[in-house]
Design a protein around this ligand. Structure first.
Ligand code: FES
Length: 161
């Protein structure tokens, strides 16, 4: 807990208190923390445990079971490659493999410079423009392997906010 700033402790305490009358508050608390900080490291889990009386083991189990919770900080740019059926049949595996090669990371990893996280996603609701990739919420439609280097360069060069 020593790693957490006073402001973070106060904010997490406030998030825990939002749900003190809920019979099963854990998912709501963790969702709010994930939204606020982007990840839920162990010292935050310990603080949630202290505030709610829920064991760290239970909290850790939930954080690691659900893929939308993250234990580690994500990169500045989160590259979400859809591998749902519609995207998969249109070559999404080759697209994610190309991102993986160029970024030097596997799905679920973050580059050492903190710039990129690569995620493999299930259907993101853009099947009509498959294969689709979402980078920080911006959706790139009908991608082919040859589009990937240009997109990576654009982000590496800071041409995208
Ligand atoms: S399967 Fe990729 S958007 Fe639906």
């Amino acid at each position: 807990m020593s790693q957490l700033s006073e402001a973070a402790v106060a904010q997490i305490t406030e998030i825990c208190s939002r749900y003190e009358n809920e019979p099963t508050p854990l998912m709501m608390i963790l969702s709010d923390i994930q939204k606020e900080y982007g990840y839920i490291p162990l010292d935050v889990q310990e603080l949630v445990s202290e505030k709610t009386g829920i064991s760290v083991a239970e909290i850790y189990g939930v954080v690691t079971f659900y893929s939308f919770f993250s234990l580690k900080p994500k990169g500045k740019y989160v590259v979400g490659c859809c591998l749902g059926t519609a995207c998969y049949v249109k070559g999404a595996q080759n697209v994610i493999d190309k991102f993986s090669e160029l970024l030097g990371i596997k799905p679920g990893e973050t580059s050492d410079d903190g710039l990129f996280t690569l995620d493999a996603l299930r259907c993101i609701g853009a099947c009509g423009i498959a294969p689709a990739v979402s980078i920080n919420g911006q959706v790139y439609p009908k991608l082919s392997v040859s589009d990937v280097p240009g997109i990576v360069e654009k982000y590496r060069n800071g041409e995208v906010a």
